[in-house]
Design a protein around this ligand. Structure first.
Ligand code: ATP
Length: 325
């Protein structure tokens, strides 16, 4: 898949030199003998999206709980929009919105009632609350379904309602714990559009994900969490640079063709079971044209050609030795 983050970043460029909205230094948290976070540092400039990427059980949710006053760290320093959660948890709670893996949506209430309940919890004056709720219903394309009980909503609609509920309080900093887990590809894309829109409004977003493509698509920066530590941090493009380049894979119909191709091409890998050859190079037309001409000259038939560009999956594998989601 071509790297698409460049387009996301171009549509939603990070502001120059903003003050960090989220910063954490030396965060540690253990549950009994289980050291889940072993000294992590995170900085998220205002108006940007950081993806905290890690496999199941890496400690992503624990990190979100520490940053959102839900849990206290064993050690470390946190500032959220300049406030210290240990000293001023109320100020932190006023600045943030959190959408967790467990939905806050009440299935017995309608979409509008769920949102109005949040407006009441935030003590918004009734007229302000009603306006904000109607704006959010419209923005999330839930107006038509607003009077149906949330239990009748699809997974994607519930997730949108959950995020809309988080936005009733107009938070400047938003934590999204695995915002698209379990959604179908279309709903996932809708959610990506919404998340990009929130950052374009100047909100700061920390999202956790097991999806490498999600981090690539959305995040200005990615922090890879593994074994209680941040094992890599950078833009998606920077992380991609840290792994071997792309390659071209040719598949042949039989062993004779494979042997013939191997004798004329400088391959970097060969698999006799799948009848494939790997060649260094990217998908540039000139490279492919030369390659096909060489095969033509040697009268070798190619059954299939695939161009592999490195993605975050490869980064994850290179950094942690594990396959991603
Ligand atoms: N309250 C708790 N008490 C004891 N152990 C906990 C608690 N919360 C989390 N853990 C443990 O901490 C580790 C990290 O869990 P966490 O939920 O933070 O990971 P995660 O990266 O969010 O994983 P997932 O993607 O599965 O949600 C796990 O081994 C988990 O069992």
């Amino acid at each position: 898949m071509p790297p698409q983050n460049s387009s996301a970043a171009a549509a939603n460029p990070a502001p120059a030199n903003p003050a960090p909205a989220i910063s954490a230094r030396g965060l540690r948290k253990s549950f009994g003998a289980n050291a889940v976070l072993d000294g992590i540092d995170l900085t998220v400039p205002a108006g940007t999206i950081l993806a905290l990427l890690g496999p199941n059980g890496a400690g992503k949710t624990t990190a979100v709980h520490l940053l959102t006053t839900y849990l206290r760290p064993d050690a470390g320093d946190i500032r959220i929009t300049g406030h210290d959660p240990a000293k001023n948890p109320q100020a932190v709670r006023r600045a943030i919105g959190v959408t967790g893996q467990f939905s806050a949506v009440d299935g017995y209430l309608t979409g509008r009632e769920n949102l109005m309940l949040m407006a009441d919890l935030h003590l918004l004056p009734p007229a302000v609350g009603r306006r904000r709720v109607e704006d959010l219903l419209a923005r999330f394309e839930l107006t038509e379904a607003a009077d149906k009980t949330a239990a009748t909503y699809s997974g994607g609609m519930k997730r949108k309602l959950d995020l809309a509920m988080t936005l009733v309080g107009d938070p400047k900093v938003i934590f999204l714990d695995e915002p698209t887990t379990g959604l179908d590809p279309r709903s996932r894309r809708v959610m990506w559009g919404i998340i990009r829109g929130l950052a374009a409004e100047g909100r700061t977003i920390l999202l956790t994900t097991q999806y490498l493509e999600e981090a690539d698509q959305l995040a200005h920066r990615v922090a890879v969490l593994d074994g209680g530590r941040i094992v890599a941090e950078g833009t998606p493009a920077e992380l991609k640079k840290r792994i071997p380049g792309g390659h071209i894979e040719l598949t042949f119909a039989d062993r004779t063709e494979l042997d013939a191709a191997a004798s004329v091409l400088a391959s970097i890998g060969r698999d006799d079971d799948t009848l494939t050859l790997q060649l260094a190079g990217d998908g540039r037309i000139g490279t492919l044209r030369t390659l096909l001409r060489q095969l033509d000259d040697a009268s070798v038939e190619v059954e299939a050609l695939a161009v592999h560009t490195p993605d975050l999956d490869d980064v994850f594998f290179a950094l942690t030795g594990q396959k991603g989601a």
